[in-house]
Design a protein around this ligand. Sequence first.
Ligand code: ADP
Ligand code: MG
Length: 574
Amino acid sequence: MTQTSLEGSFGCPADLDVPQNPSGFSRFGFGPELLKALEAIGYQEPSPIQSAAIPELMLGRDLVGQAQTGTGKTAAFALPMLAALDPDQRKPQVLVLAPTRELAMQVAEAFNSYAVHLDGVRTLAIYGGADFRDQIHHLRRGVQIVVGTPGRVMDHMRQGTLDLSALRALVLDEADEMLRMGFIDDVEWVLEQLPTQRQVVLFSATMPTEIRRISQKYLNSPAEITIRPKAADSGRIRQRYLTVNGPQKIAALERVLEAERSEATIIFARTKAITLTVAESLEQHGYDVAVLNGDVPQAQRERTIDRLRKGQVDVLVATDVAARGLDVERISLVINYDVPFDSEAYVHRIGRTGRAGRSGEAILFLTPRERRFLGGLERAVGRPIEPMEVPSNATINQNRLDRLRSRLTTAAGASSCQPEERALLSEMVQRVAQELDCSGEALALAALELVLAGKPLLLQGEESFAMPRQASMGERSSAARNTRGERPMQARALEADMERFRIELGWRDRIKPGNIVGAIANETGLAGKAIGRIQIFDTHSTVDLPQGMPPDVFEGLRQLRVLNKPLQISRLQG
Ligand code: ADP
Ligand code: MG
């Protein structure tokens, strides 16, 4: 077993002591067709994982490769696989398995782009949701490389439409995911059907010890390559977190989107339902957003990624189906709207930005209760995640002004109109100025107001709501005391922005406002101050909570017990 452990990133060869071969990829002994394609794509130097893995793979060795997100792992396996291919053999020689359809497509596209000059070499992506017959047709015509998701690949194998008798290599991209519970049985089944003489190759940015141990079962004296990020490199993605109370997450998200200048943003939510709620709410605020989750039909998923790549949509709200592997250069901000399930998911999610040596931003939303996960995530990324505040009105307004100004400057600098159109506009301006007898400046102002399209230029709303609060019990209980002290227990009308809920516990149950505040604050992460009026009656009580409680938070409340009795909370109509 070879153990290689290197440091490095793009354009910074890890083995600095070794004199560099100026011809970049030619040092691997690739043929001119591959080299020409790489030159056209603009790859000049192999990345560290490529430098380390390609020679081993060219020797036909099994391999486990681990390197940060966005460091070129795809080419690290695709190039040596292509170099070793026999174009005259029409049967599949390489099988790559990936966890999602989008990733399978993307990897297949990478193979295609490297193989443009390799005559007779064909790659096929095979995944569920796409036309089965079409895939059979392509397979019949002969493909050497198959990239797919396990389910559909197995379907073809069972049907006898995918003949793997000539297979030379199996690659598991996002290998740790492929060896987890959801996939491991499928992967094992596929492995059992493969020729015994085959190369097995695993690549991932994360490799939990447990999974690395399991993987040894499938590997034959593998080369093990781990590229440690250089200190400078790990800072490529600036990571921050924001403490926000559950019900205020949406409002905080809107503020963050307004305040951060990002070309494209991906927002990760825990469930399909939450992706929809978030997307709807952003749409209501004028954002053009797309949703990606397991329920979205395949054709639409493909279109969505395509639109994101092309800049036709700038905000994507997704579940973890988009967490791994996706390589969209424009993504400069990743928002973890819901905290990820584990630290691997965090690493992969934020790795959707900062690709190929670029920089990126990642913002993690944490409710006070979720703050306890922070340490684990920081350990996983090996650096502190900085706190940030929900952007204030002042920040957002400054941003709005800056953006408007820059649009104006751009427009004034270069007209996007046809000359005839411009002439018409100019005539219009002169005519209106004459008619109203007003200055050019007054007209320019009016035109700017038109651009605002009736939306207020400045945000003036309440901004204290979403400000981070300390999650300490001290503050929470003092907040609870305030609530008790300030709000006498008499039937009173509902305040604006609050919603009233009924609880099936009352005086009879000896419940006190403090019990209710404590339990709700604890469950929802709401600061005690944010919990409104509590009224206790004989057999029930009411509590006012900020409007817009997400369904899953409400679900959590419904399960809650106070004084060992079920709360049985329900919404009061009107
Ligand atoms: P990973 O799988 O490690 O997350 P990818 O294989 O998706 O990363 O590569 C990330 C980006 O880097 C892709 O856009 C890819 O085209 C680009 N890339 C890969 N290798 C090189 C290279 N040697 N030089 C420049 N760009 C590269
Ligand atoms: Mg990848």
